[in-house]
Design a protein around this ligand. Structure first.
Ligand SMILES: [Zn+2]
Length: 64
């Protein structure tokens, strides 16, 4: 099963549990709430870089 991460607050869940989502550079990212989604859309690169630093090698949103 694919786990997806909310790159803003760092929470993870099974894909499908969260309905807040946002497209960024052709990928779909999922969020626990609209607050996190809004923060991501404001500065997606910042949050993605932050997530990568805290979770090396982890894909926050495995596709398919
Ligand atoms: Zn969140």
């Amino acid at each position: 099963m694919n786990m997806v991460y909310d790159v803003v607050c760092g929470m993870s869940t099974e894909k499908g549990n969260w309905t807040s989502q946002s497209e960024h550079e052709g990928k779909t990212y999922y969020f626990c709430c609209n607050g996190c989604k809004g923060a991501f859309e404001k500065s997606p690169d910042y949050h993605l870089a932050n997530f990568a630093e805290e979770h090396p090698g982890v894909d926050p949103s495995p596709q398919g």
